[in-house]
Design a protein around this ligand. Structure first.
Ligand code: FMN
Length: 286
């Protein structure tokens, strides 16, 4: 599988926020489960405390809500991991996120700019209106490919266009979508942050729609992410236009072995159809 002038073992990437941001742990996952690549937790230049628990809840079968709030020990704590590594970065201003990008290049084969986390005011989602400026600054600074991670918003085609015109090499679609659950007995929101990001099964068709709409318009490199639990979910993303597929909640729900199972399912599907991986990408748009 060839992407960004690199040969990856397979198209499956561990999504951001699933592996704790600890170099040795990420190295071990790479060695043991051989994903095509891994994405780090979104890292900031300074350490950031997570929100108070509860921060992650299972809502329904394979569907989750989280508001960890980008808590991380700071990007300077990470070292090179050894497999294809996408370093996810976050910040609370254009300058701050650009500073983080400089550090990210030290350890990453690619950088993913998170302008879509719904879980920390001032970070993530609120920076999406500055996407052109952020991408231009970072592209002027680093030589590795730069991806932009967006949420499954109504204006996703428009914002994707802005990111790509500013020079982004690809997009990760999508981040979680903001939601809320309330405990009717205590009559309070269950998450300490009150709202959180919905991931997993419930997000899947929304994310597939987002990939389809953006691919139809621009045909960029897309990491399709949202609710991949089985190989069929991954193939769906590719048919809609994804080159790579991210798995987050699927790992929380089924464990790391889901990576092998999804890859095996894709291989068997391709064999039964007499197709190659690249034949799938954007098939329904042609
Ligand atoms: C516990 C948890 C933490 C996450 N942390 C991040 C993060 O730090 N940065 C980010 O860009 N996305 C983060 N995400 C979003 C995932 O990377 C992914 O985009 C989203 O969950 C949809 O994929 P999934 O349905 O496979 O989980 C997080 C998701 C979960 C469930």
């Amino acid at each position: 599988m060839n992407v960004f002038n690199r040969v990856l073992n397979n198209p499956i990437v561990v999504a951001s926020g699933i592996l704790p941001p600890v170099t040795k742990l990420m190295r071990d996952v790479c060695r043991k489960y051989a994903p095509g690549g891994i994405t780090t937790k979104s890292m900031t230049i300074e350490p950031l405390q997570p929100h108070q628990p509860p921060t992650l809840l299972q809502y329904d079968h394979d569907t989750y809500i989280n508001a960890i709030g980008l808590g991380n020990p700071g990007i300077k704590t990470l070292n090179k991991i050894g497999c294809f590594t996408i370093v996810s970065i976050a910040g609370n201003s254009v300058d701050n996120i650009t500073l983080t990008a400089r550090e990210a290049e030290r350890i990453g084969d690619a950088i993913e700019i998170n302008v879509s986390s719904p879980n920390r005011a001032g970070y993530g989602e609120s920076l999406s209106s500055h996407v052109s400026k952020i991408v231009k600054e970072i592209k002027g600074l680093v030589t590795v490919p730069v991806l932009v991670k967006l949420g499954p918003w109504e204006n996703i085609v428009d914002i994707s266009g802005k990111a790509l015109s500013a020079g982004a090499d690809g997009l990760t679609l999508t981040n979680t979508i903001k939601g809320m659950i309330i405990d009717v007995h205590s009559m309070k929101p269950i998450l300490s942050y009150k709202t959180g990001g919905i991931s997993g099964r419930a997000l899947h068709p929304i994310a597939v729609r987002a990939v389809y709409e953006v691919y139809k318009e621009y045909q960029p490199v897309i990491i399709g992410t949202g609710g991949v639990i089985s190989w069929e979910d991954a193939v769906e993303f590719m048919l809609a236009g994804a080159t790579l597929v991210g798995i987050g909640s699927g790992i929380i729900s089924k464990g790391f072995d889901v990576i092998r199972k999804v890859n095996q399912g894709i291989e068997e599907y391709l064999e039964s159809k007499g197709l190659k991986l690249k034949d799938l990408i954007g098939y329904i748009v042609r």
